[in-house]
Design a protein around this ligand. Structure first.
Ligand code: PBG
Length: 323
């Protein structure tokens, strides 16, 4: 009885309306976060070849862009900063008058309804481009925690709705939670980049964020792409340290990790559809090799289907126009 010809799965695929009723996963702009890059100056919009349609923007231009995105229906932004100068202590990261802090204050005044999230890391602010403090040949985990905690507090004080540590130092979620609470910022959530892999797909981002490491790579702190059980241990520790949401990054090469985190934990699961995932579709579309809109919608649907509640994607602005 329950097989062909009684059963014909094509019945629900006949028209777009029927397929719509049968769809198990939908794209909703409320689940998407748009990354933006703040840089010094005024009237600056600096597009970058490696990340098409994305630019570094001075705070005034960033506000204009944010207003436009908000008018399109975008609800949340993830802010990155390119500081005036870099040093070994990443002082621009936790300067009360730093680039992200200024952007936060200005954006909050101009677009109070937008949810402003910040990436908490040192790599854009250190002269060597690593995510922590360099000591000898390596990265000093425990010395880095203090600077990351200071950065998170200064973002929250400047108006960040949530902070997103992406450095992959051990113990940073706990240290940041403690610092936020000590500063009276008990209501600020931590979205932990808990399962962040050492990935070639961050290439275009590093051009925009000017954060390519001057020596070595990030394999001594970011996860090895071969491992999923280790990613679950990272998540487990972050949950114990007080993370409010768990982020997996990159997204498309790690859909199994998103699924595994979804099944193991009841926290919100976020995924970061990173620069390389976006850039390769853009590059192929520019050559006429595939249809960008379809490839993007398929990619974002796959990330949601794998189990992500929230997706950080450079397509968020375009998605707002497509939906
Ligand atoms: C900072 C950070 C990176 C990305 C987000 N936060 C770069 C890195 O770790 O090298 C990558 C985002 C992207 O590729 O879109 N540590």
């Amino acid at each position: 009885m329950s097989s062909f010809p009684a059963v014909r799965l094509r019945r629900f695929r006949r028209t777009a309306a029927l397929r719509g009723l049968a769809a198990e996963t939908r794209l909703d702009l409320r689940d998407f976060v748009m990354p933006l890059f703040a840089c010094p100056g005024e009237g600056v919009v600096r597009p970058l070849e490696g990340l098409p349609a994305i630019a570094q923007r001075s705070v005034d231009e960033l506000c204009r862009e944010a207003e436009e995105l908000q008018a399109l229906g975008v609800r949340a932004l993830l802010l990155f900063g390119i500081p005036e100068s870099k040093d070994d202590e990443a002082s621009g990261a936790y300067d009360a008058d730093g680039i992200v802090q200024r952007a936060l204050r200005e954006l909050q005044a101009r677009c109070p309804e937008l949810v402003l999230l910040t990436d908490v890391c040192l790599c854009e602010y250190t002269a060597h481009g690593h995510c922590g403090v360099v000591s000898g040949e390596g990265i000093d985990n425990d010395a880095s925690l203090e600077l990351l905690a200071r950065t998170a507090v200064s973002h929250a004080e400047a108006g960040a709705a949530a902070v997103c540590p992406s450095d992959m130092m051990d113990g940073r979620v706990g240290r940041i939670r403690e610092a936020l609470d000590d500063a009276g910022l008990t209501e600020t959530p931590i979205v932990s980049y808990a399962a962040k892999y050492a990935s070639a797909f961050y290439g275009p981002f590093r051009e925009v964020a000017e954060s390519t490491p001057a020596f070595g790579d990030r394999r001594s702190y970011q996860l090895d792409g071969a491992n999923v059980r280790e990613a679950l241990r990272e998540c487990e520790l972050d949950v114990r340290e007080g993370a409010d949401a768990l982020l997996v990054k990159p997204a498309l090469p790690y859909l199994d990790v998103i699924r595994a985190v979804r099944e193991r934990f009841d926290l919100p699961v976020w995924a970061y559809n990173v620069s390389g995932e976006y850039a390769l579709v853009k590059a192929a579309a520019a050559r006429g090799w595939l249809d960008e809109r379809q490839a993007a919608l398929e990619s974002l649907t796959a990330i949601k289907r794998a189990g992500a509640d929230v997706v950080v994607s450079y397509w968020t602005g375009e998605l707002a126009r497509w939906l």
